[in-house]
Design a protein around this ligand. Structure first.
Ligand code: HEM
Length: 349
């Protein structure tokens, strides 16, 4: 049977058993995986895992289920020992995913349209949790096309500003829409629901992988989209790979991944950013406008973080492993705003 054949994946899925059921009824059931042999077979066929298939999607959901099951236990029964068994750890490894609940697994791999996985099980909580995941998902999907096109444009031997104009406008519009969605979430997401779901996202301080790396919990800070925009615009020279292990990796779903981010890093290293390549006044003005929209998004986002996690004001920790999250978010907002102002002033000279 050829590697990557759908038949192969169908066979594998028979080996795996459902780990748990998260349902509207609140029923959930944690069982040990019986994924014997799966790990070995996945290892042997690791290139195949990078092809999209519904069977692979099922394995990813199984991965999500086992982690949510574990995080539920750890959160609801403090002091419980880690439960992720060797099969679940092996599945994570085979999928190329870290053995923790990442932003990608929880939000971007969660089957929100068909059978959403949530921690909260009451009607209001579940509705709010799904809406919270959906907004991240939509933002990631919306930003992807123009970011990808911008990477391609900057990668051309001779990028020209005419090709930048429509892509830059599309990116700006997507960021405007991102801002709008954040504002809508600010008005509609229940503070109480968020306070109830957040403990499940908190970093699992005990989890380390075979190489001894520890991982933070799921957070928008793991998004690859925003640091990629920063790099492409020349706002930051983000060289820091510290979060790369928990950034999205799946290239076929239409969101920015760590591979795109790495391309942007390469471009920035070789001096190919919007700010340095497109120096005519029209392009500068457009770049300034994009950066300003991004800074406005960040401003709304920082206000949102403060509203939903008031303890951040007194130095409370975020789920994404940032030392003083509010300070970090406000600093980032200011830096983005300054970059926008610099671009605007250089565009008028
Ligand atoms: C109730 C809603 C939200 C809260 C309370 C919140 C909170 C936070 C916090 C505290 C951080 C700092 C890193 C950490 O420790 O986790 C952060 C980072 C971040 N969040 Fe959110 N967030 C929310 C919604 C969103 C949404 C809807 C997005 C959209 C994709 C998002 C995207 C980001 C990004 C990109 C970062 C990294 C900083 C940046 O590049 O601006 N967040 N968030």
């Amino acid at each position: 049977m050829p590697i990557g054949s759908p038949y192969f994946w169908s066979d594998l899925s028979i080996i795996g058993h459902r780990t748990l059921v998260f349902g509207g009824s609140g029923l959930f059931l944690c069982q040990n995986h019986l994924l014997t042999n799966l790990y070995m077979q996945l290892q042997a066929l690791s290139p195949a895992i990078h092809t999209e298939s519904s069977d692979k999607t099922r394995l990813e959901i199984e991965h999500l289920d086992s982690l949510m099951c574990e995080y539920r236990e750890l959160t609801e029964r403090p002091g419980t020992a880690h439960q992720l068994g060797p099969d679940a750890l092996a599945l994570a490894k085979s999928l190329g995913l870290p053995p923790v609940l990442t932003y990608e697994a929880l939000i971007l791999m969660n089957p929100l349209d068909t059978a959403p996985r949530t921690f909260l099980t009451d009607e209001v909580g579940r509705r709010d949790e799904i809406a919270f995941y959906r907004i991240h998902f939509e933002i990631e999907r919306m930003l992807y096309p123009s970011i990808r096109m911008l990477i391609d444009t900057l990668s051309h031997v001779r990028p020209n500003s005419e090709s930048f104009a429509p892509i830059g406008q599309a990116l700006n519009e997507s960021l405007q829409e991102t801002k709008r969605k954040m504002g809508e979430m600010f008005r509609t997401l229940g503070v109480d629901s968020f306070a109830r779901m957040r403990p499940y996202f908190m970093a699992d301080p005990g989890r380390t992988d075979a190489e001894g790396r520890t991982y933070p919990g799921p957070s928008g800070a793991s998004s690859a989209a925003f640091p990629t925009i920063d790099l492409l615009l020349g706002i930051s020279s983000n060289e820091s790979p510290d979060k790369d292990a928990i950034r999205p990796i799946s290239p076929w779903r239409g969101y920015v991944t760590v591979a795109d981010l790495n391309e942007a890093r390469d471009l920035a290293r070789s001096g190919r950013t919007v700010a340095s390549v497109f120096t005519d006044s029209g392009s500068r003005a457009l770049a300034a406008s994009i950066a300003m929209t991004l800074s406005q998004f960040r401003q709304i986002h920082a206000m949102t973080a403060k509203r939903y996690v008031p303890e951040l004001v007194d130095g409370g920790v975020g789920t994404g492993g940032v030392a003083s999250p509010l300070h970090y978010l406000q600093g980032l907002t200011q830096r983005t705003k300054h970059a926008a102002e610099n671009l605007a002033s250089s565009g008028t000279q």
